[in-house]
Every structure is written in C-alpha cells, then in structure tokens.
Design a protein around this ligand. Sequence first.
Ligand SMILES: N[C@@H](CCC(=O)N[C@@H](CS)C(=O)NCC(=O)O)C(=O)O
Length: 214
Amino acid sequence: MLELVIGNKKYSSWSLRPWVLMKHFDLPFKETVIGLDLPDTAAQIARYSQAGKVPVLIDEGLTVFDTLAISEYLAEKFPDQNLWPRDRRARARARSVSAEMHSGFPNLRNDCSMKILESHPIQSLRPETKIDVERVVSSFNDCLAQAQGGPFLFGAFSIADAMYAPVVSRFRTYALPASGAAAAYLETMWALPALQAWVAGARAETLRLKRYET
Ligand SMILES: N[C@@H](CCC(=O)N[C@@H](CS)C(=O)NCC(=O)O)C(=O)O
C-alpha cells in the first residue's frame, strides 16, 4: 500500500497538497505523521527521505519526495483518474499554475503562513504581498473563466486545485480580498470533503508550537 509521510496537519502546508489529492481521488494510502519543529524532526524525516522534507510518498520501496514529483507520480500510477485535466492544452495550463504556486508567491507564503484553524483578518498587506494576492485571484479568475463554470480551476478537481489548497486556507485565515468567480471558488474548495477531513485532523492534533501559533 502507498504510504504518505506528512508533517502535522496544523502546520504542514506542503503536506496538505498530496494528502487532499489522494483523499479526494480516494487513492488508498497509509498516513504517517511527523511532528514539525521538534528536536527529533530531522531524524524522523531522515528515516524516509534524505532530502529532509515532507511530504514523502513511499511505494513498495520507492521514495518520491517533493509535492510536484509526488503529484506527477500519482498521475502516472492512476492514469484513469485524470489527476491532471485530460485535455492537453488544459493540462499544460494546469501544470503552469501548479509550477507557479510551487516556485512562487514568496511574500504571501512568508507574511500569511498557513494557520488553518485560526482567524486573523489582516488590515493592510505589504505592497509585494498584495501583488502576490492579486496574481492568485486573477489566475483563479482566468482559469475559472476558461473552465466554463468550474467549479474547480479546470472544471473537475485536479492537481492544480490541490496545489492551491493551502492558499485557500490562507485567504480564509487572513480574510484576503477576492473578487468574481475566485470568491465562489474559495468557498467551494473550503467545503471540499477532503479539505474538511484535513481540518478535522488538524483540530484533533494536540501538538502546539509557539513558533507557529499566536
Ligand atoms: N518543495 C518542497 C517543500 C517541502 C517543505 O518545505 N516541507 C516542510 C514542511 S511544510 C518541511 O519538511 N519542513 C521540515 C524541516 O525543514 O525540518 C515540496 O514541494 O514538497
């Protein structure tokens, strides 16, 4: 059986992505949770991956690390499930926005770290962070316009939506502004049973770390 090694659900935004993807597509997996920012975190992660980060996917002795590599591996392993959009052009666009999320939005990530159970409406954003937020909203609106009614970025739920799941949480936590179809999309994503299952898991966690909580 597949094993997904993740950080704890309150803090690990990268882990949320493949987890929500696998849950949504009902791909069977065993979950192993490693507490982040503890004295033995590095040693625990090193048992699974020398890259020293979670998430990690283990498949019969094969180690796949990094969210995008995990997503691509799952898309290849389950070709009938359409983890990426079926249409080649839509797939290219989905890969573009996923890569943009993976390598971009540093200001949004730094200033609005994922605090999935908390609410901290933000009054003013740094100009650089505002640019990130506006780019996310315009990208959502572009995708949704081409998806003709969504409800997800490329019509049906895909890896692209999983890549933005932590961003959806950040929009809620910090009450970030969203207009047009993007606002409805944020609600649709938040109500996604797989995302709510992660939130319930986060709520059940007992680990509390000062660094992450206010
Ligand atoms: N580019 C990586 C980033 C993974 C990452 O930064 N994971 C964090 C948790 S969200 C981590 O493993 N931190 C543990 C540490 O640095 O000790 C990916 O896409 O998977």
